[in-house]
Ligand binder design. Structure first.
Ligand code: ATP
Length: 347
């Protein structure tokens, strides 16, 4: 995918240029990793204890929405312990044999990162149980009545699994991780640190005010922060100006990212709830059909952010716009007094 196809506020999409850019900006140690203080402390303890006892660290599950730093943390786990890292992903492991090939070639102490681990084939998942617990797998040789299972010892390794859907992991797999880290969205002060660090690495002079203006629009997600920063850098470059607040506003307006970080799809969803359904409640499928988008995209990407910033609530009867949503879009609910919906400052 090229940069031109990229939806700026979709935390999942990443173009090739972006992947290279992300690689250059990735923190290499827990110390450089911004935010997630609790998880960082927990990981530090786990890694230090393993180093003191000269053993491989326990298996680690990283759970949380896309773009919050799961891959980065897996790399840090390997780097901090001076261990090699093997990277794979759930969708690439569609047969037990795919996993057996990876596991049997691991070197002692290696960190195996499996992204989107919830999408691995069931047969591979079962193989992983034994591998995680006893560093051993059983390989089936032959077919039918003559098939036999041959045990194979593995080198001790640390599995780092990442998932955006921890709830989809079967309990036996979840229970085999020694530690589960739940990554949270970043607050604006943390995003400002991510942005300031990235700007320094890019050699982009940018003031604190401009950084704060971007931080407010990146949906609590470092991947989006870095992406918006690139567009601001382009804008300043092309217009021969500085990356100041005006440049940030102009660049992000050009890309349809509003002051709350809402993009075109978020706004289409909100306007549909507010104007076509009188603020709701409206069911997910009706909403998806009305905006011409997949229900899964609405549920996984659009809705969590709208709920988090308080623009909609989910009720058993459907999605409902909050008073804050009516205010943000400058609309008045039918039958309501216009003055009652104005922000307090405007009264
Ligand atoms: N805590 C952080 N401090 C600084 N930069 C960060 C941090 N977390 C993430 N980033 C930046 O955001 C980018 C995306 O992070 P990463 O690829 O680790 O996310 P992810 O959670 O693995 O996403 P996905 O699940 O989509 O693969 C990284 O390149 C990195 O530059």
């Amino acid at each position: 995918m090229s940069d031109a196809d990229l939806d700026l506020t979709d935390p999942e999409l990443a173009s090739e240029a972006e992947l290279a850019f992300e690689g250059a900006l990735r923190p290499r140690s827990l110390e450089e990793f911004v935010g997630q203080t609790r998880v960082r402390g927990q990981l530090q303890l786990l890694l230090s204890a393993a180093a003191m006892q000269q053993r491989t660290p326990d298996h680690i599950l990283l759970a949380g929405p896309p773009g919050l730093g799961k891959t980065t943390l897996a790399m840090i786990v390997a780097h901090e312990g001076g261990r090699p890292l093997r990277m794979s992903s759930g969708p690439a492991i569609q047969h037990a044999g795919d996993l057996a090939a990876i596991l049997s070639s691991l070197v002692p102490g290696e960190v195996l990162f499996i992204d989107e681990i919830h999408r691995m084939a069931r047969s591979a998942e079962e193989m992983l149980y034994l591998a995680m617990e006893d560093f051993r797998i059983d390989i089936m040789v032959g077919k039918g009545a003559g098939a036999t299972s041959v045990p194979l010892d593995l080198a001790p390794f640390t599995l780092v699994g990442a998932t955006t859907r921890a709830g989809l992991l079967p309990n036996p797999l979840r229970d085999r991780f020694g530690f589960t880290a739940h990554l949270e969205f970043y607050d604006e002060a943390e995003l400002e640190q991510v942005l300031a660090r990235a700007a320094t690495m890019l050699g982009l002079p940018i003031g604190a005010e401009a950084v704060a203006e971007i931080a407010g629009r990146c949906r609590g997600t470092p991947r989006i922060a870095n992406r918006l920063l690139r567009r601001v850098r382009d804008y300043a470059l092309v217009h021969g100006g500085r990356a100041d607040v005006d440049a940030v506003r102009a660049a992000l307006e050009l890309y349809d990212v509003d002051p709350l970080g809402l993009d075109r799809l978020d706004r289409a969803v909100m306007m549909t709830i507010l104007t076509r359904f009188g603020g709701g409640p409206v069911g997910l499928n009706t909403l998806a059909v009305s905006v011409g988008e997949e229900a899964e995209t609405i549920e996984a990407v659009v809705e969590p952010f709208l709920v988090r910033i308080g623009l909609i609530t989910r009720t058993p009867r459907g999605r409902v716009a909050t008073p804050q949503a009516w205010r943000h879009f400058g609309l008045v609910r039918e039958g309501e007094d216009a003055a009652a919906t104005l922000p307090i400052d405007d009264l």
